[in-house]
Design a protein around this ligand. Structure first.
Ligand SMILES: C[S@@+](CC[C@H](N)C(=O)[O-])C[C@H]1O[C@@H](n2cnc3c(N)ncnc32)[C@H](O)[C@@H]1O
Length: 327
């Protein structure tokens, strides 16, 4: 098979899985979407706008940590001697990772960068920008879901540093996060590290504003998934019939985003031969963004086969990059 055939087969498999997940999610109570499908080309663009919003403090906080503490971080990971792979789950546009990549190159370390992302469009964008900005970097992008990428992880004995930045772990519920992280720790060796960006519990108003910006960018980001279903699966969602509704529960630390049906309506998805009935006021559960305390993180590490090596904070202690090794 040539590259074109492989890509078209991969795309067909992706659409098949997307369709199955939409069908399954729409049959649940409450109805549910899987947030990994937010990221088509328009979704990537909207997320990049979210990262630039004043309200979305997460990006600036993590950028500060990586910029100000990169020397210490790299020293703590003891990266100076052997070659290693820098594997990033859910890399996105690599805006913050580039700080680390540039520093690792300047330090003349021997490594390969392997960004993994479900969005092929963001990976192409990332690869092109890296070629221009860091031409000496060895890059091997992988367009896969986290779970299928996990299967490739233990295929060699090269040292690994795994990045999971930008609060991506927050998209797992507190119950599901240990299962995913245990699969990671099972595939890591004692001198490998995981560096994970985690959003911390804090003033609930600050958190909620990050998911409910005044310009409606997060709203558009959520509604875009309905547009994607229309385009790729033949749906007839009218996005004006749904409203974005985020909530933050300071006890559990979960931010949940819902789309609320403004009226009773029936939506058809032709490729699934599916009719979905919505009551007025009925929610679709779109996304979770789980926040953690430092104690929560210690418990999560322990449940998942990890030790916390060190936590790095921004100056306002809004966010942490937490460095873990296996037990
Ligand atoms: C919130 S963005 C963060 C991007 C980047 N880590 C950052 O900090 O800027 C999440 C990224 O993870 C990717 N992603 C989400 N769910 C995924 C999954 N199940 N498998 C692979 N990639 C996923 C999305 O396509 C998106 O690029």
């Amino acid at each position: 098979m040539d590259t074109e055939q492989i890509e078209s087969e991969q795309h067909a498999n992706f659409i098949k899985q997307f369709a199955a997940d939409v069908k399954e999610g729409m049959s649940q109570t409450p109805k549910k979407m899987y947030s990994k499908y937010f990221y088509d080309e328009r979704g990537d663009e909207l997320f990049q706008s979210i990262m630039k919003m004043d309200e979305y403090y997460l990006t600036a906080a993590e950028y500060e940590i990586l910029s100000m503490q990169k020397e210490q971080l790299v020293a703590d990971m003891k990266l100076m001697d052997a070659p290693f792979q820098l594997i990033e789950f859910g890399a996105g546009d690599g805006y913050k990772t580039k700080v680390l990549l540039r520093f690792l190159l300047e330090s003349e370390l021997d490594f390969e960068y392997i960004p993994i992302d479900i969005s092929t469009s963001v990976l192409v964008q990332l690869e092109n920008s890296l070629q221009e900005e860091l031409p000496d970097l060895k890059v091997r992008p992988i367009a896969k879901d986290y779970f299928s990428a996990l299967e490739d992880l233990k295929s060699n004995n090269i040292r690994k540093v795994i990045l999971f930045l930008g609060s991506n772990i927050g998209n797992f519920t507190k119950n599901n996060a240990p299962g995913f992280l245990t699969q990671l720790s099972d595939r890591m060796n004692p001198d490998d590290y995981l560096l994970m960006g985690v959003d911390l519990k804090k003033d609930p108003n600050v958190i909620l504003a990050a998911y409910n910006d005044k310009n409606g960018i997060t709203r558009a980001f959520n509604l875009n998934l309905l547009n994607r279903i229309n385009q790729e699966l033949g749906g007839d969602f009218d996005i004006f019939n749904f409203e974005h509704f985020p909530i933050y529960d300071p006890v559990s630390g979960a931010t949940k985003s819902y789309l609320i049906s403004k009226r009773e309506q029936t939506v058809c998805i032709s490729s699934l031969d599916l009719q979905i009935h919505f009551e007025a006021g009925e929610p679709i559960d779109m996304e979770i963004s789980q926040k953690y305390s430092i104690k929560d993180l210690k418990d999560l590490a322990s449940k998942s086969g990890f030790n916390v090596v060190k936590n790095y904070f921004d100056c306002k202690h809004l966010f942490t990059d937490t460095l873990w090794s296996i037990k």
